[in-house]
Design a protein around this ligand. Structure first.
Ligand SMILES: *Cc1c(COP(=O)(O)O)cnc(C)c1O
Length: 409
């Protein structure tokens, strides 16, 4: 099929749930992807914070290939080494004692919600089940996780939503405390909101949330599906804030593009799960876990975490310069290589123009461009994007000044 035929067949045969950019991607290497016509693009989307090691990282490809030649799948009724090796790496380098593997962020959050309810039934009583989540949060698209997601636009039409959730404004401890009720069993929060607009809380906010959980006997669930695994310059974003959760969810970049999710928990929380409590046919698949082991080793042993931290600082500095030059940039924010640019203009206009110039970028809200490149991104690649954005912003029609004189009828 030629690219036009592929796009037409997609319109015809694929469920209409995505607005897609008009490009058919066929190949990737590092921070670069190629389309069917052989044109290349620098990728600042990276599958939405998924391809952390860059496209087709040779060590990931080798691990996938080797595992695919040995054993692609077996049930969790049996043991496999890649799954155990990845779990050991995750627990050794985090607060957690135990890992439950699944296949996506939403599934990891489902597991966290189920664990919190089960734990509360055992430790707090039969009527304790409610989970507080934040306004502008994003936790996934299953019915429970879309209910946990504090944004009406994702929920409309899917009612009735799941009972047992309540929302509080993000980054507001007083409002959070006011939202607590006798039936509250957990607070679930992203350390930095991703889809909600790259929102970074005050430095002491998560410490306050942790304290509230401790005083009220609640579990703290951190959704690090987007922020985890080096994205913010630390292995996990909560390390910036000096706290640990009881439960944490990971997915996106954990296997550099293969479907894998994980729910990590302390023994105290995880002990609420016993054989039969929860399950996943594909969860912890050996091929995905073999890729995950490479991801963890690159971050921890091959200096990728340091590189991500340095590049995040460099990128942030360059975006701040851009803000200084263009009044249409309202705000620059984020941590590490999870950065956002809030604009006066519609961000999707900039997304389309960047594509024309050979850059993949995406907007998480109407006015916020979000940059989550592979963690291996270089200064030269950041410079190229910043130069393109500079040119795009100069080209955009200036907002028309309000004409002087009497208002027109
Ligand atoms: C992407 C995302 C999810 C959902 O992950 P899926 O793999 O799409 O189900 C959940 N939480 C956060 C914070 C995310 O960014």
């Amino acid at each position: 099929m030629d690219p036009t035929q592929i796009m037409e067949a997609c319109q015809q045969h694929i469920a209409n749930t995505y607005g897609r950019q008009p490009v058919v991607l066929t190949r990737g290497e590092g921070c670069r992807v190629w389309d069917a016509a052989g044109r290349s693009y620098l990728d600042f989307v990276a599958g939405i914070a998924v391809v952390g090691l860059g496209h087709c990282h040779p060590k990931v490809t080798a691990a996938i290939t080797a595992q695919a030649q040995r054993l692609v799948h077996t049930s969790n009724l049996y043991y496999t080494e890649p799954q155990v090796e990845l779990a050991a790496l995750l627990t050794r380098h985090s607060f957690a004692d135990r890992v439950f593997f699944c296949n996506s962020g939403a599934e990891a959050n489902e597991a966290a919600i189920k664990l919190a309810r089960k734990w509360a039934k055992a430790h707090r009583g039969p009527d304790c089940y409610e989970i507080i989540t934040m306004e502008h949060s994003f936790h996934g698209r299953t019915l429970a996780t879309v209910t946990a997601t504090g944004q009406a636009k994702y929920q409309q039409g899917f009612e009735p939503l799941m009972p047992g959730f309540r929302y509080a404004p993000f980054n507001d401890l007083r409002a959070l405390e006011a939202a607590l009720a006798p039936q509250t069993c957990a607070i679930m929060v992203e350390p930095i909101q991703g889809e909600g607009g790259v929102n970074v809380p005050a430095p002491d906010y998560l410490k306050g949330v942790r304290g509230l959980c401790d005083r009220r006997g609640l579990l703290l669930i951190l959704d690090e599906v987007q922020t985890g695994l080096g994205r913010t310059g630390r292995l996990f974003a909560h390390e910036h804030f000096g706290i640990t959760p009881d439960i944490m969810t990971l997915a996106k970049s954990i296997a550099n593009g293969l479907p894998l999710g994980a729910m990590l928990a302390t023994d105290a929380a995880a002990s609420a799960f016993t054989p039969g409590s929860h399950a996943s046919t594909f969860g912890g698949n050996p091929v995905a876990c073999a890729a995950g082991v490479v991801v963890l080793k690159q971050l921890l042993e091959e200096g990728l975490l340091e590189h991500s931290r340095k590049m995040g600082e460099y990128f942030l500095g360059r975006l701040q310069e851009l803000r200084g030059r263009h009044s249409l940039v309202r705000d620059v924010r984020g941590k590490g290589l999870m950065l956002g640019l809030e604009l006066e203009v519609e961000a999707k206009t900039v997304v389309a123009r960047a594509l024309e110039r050979g850059f993949l970028v995406n907007n998480c809200t109407d006015h916020v461009l979000r940059f989550v490149p592979p963690l291996v991104v270089t200064e030269a690649e950041v410079d190229a994007l910043v130069a393109a954005l500079d040119a795009i912003f100069l080209d955009l029609p200036r907002p028309v000044p309000t004409p002087a004189g009497p208002a027109r009828a």
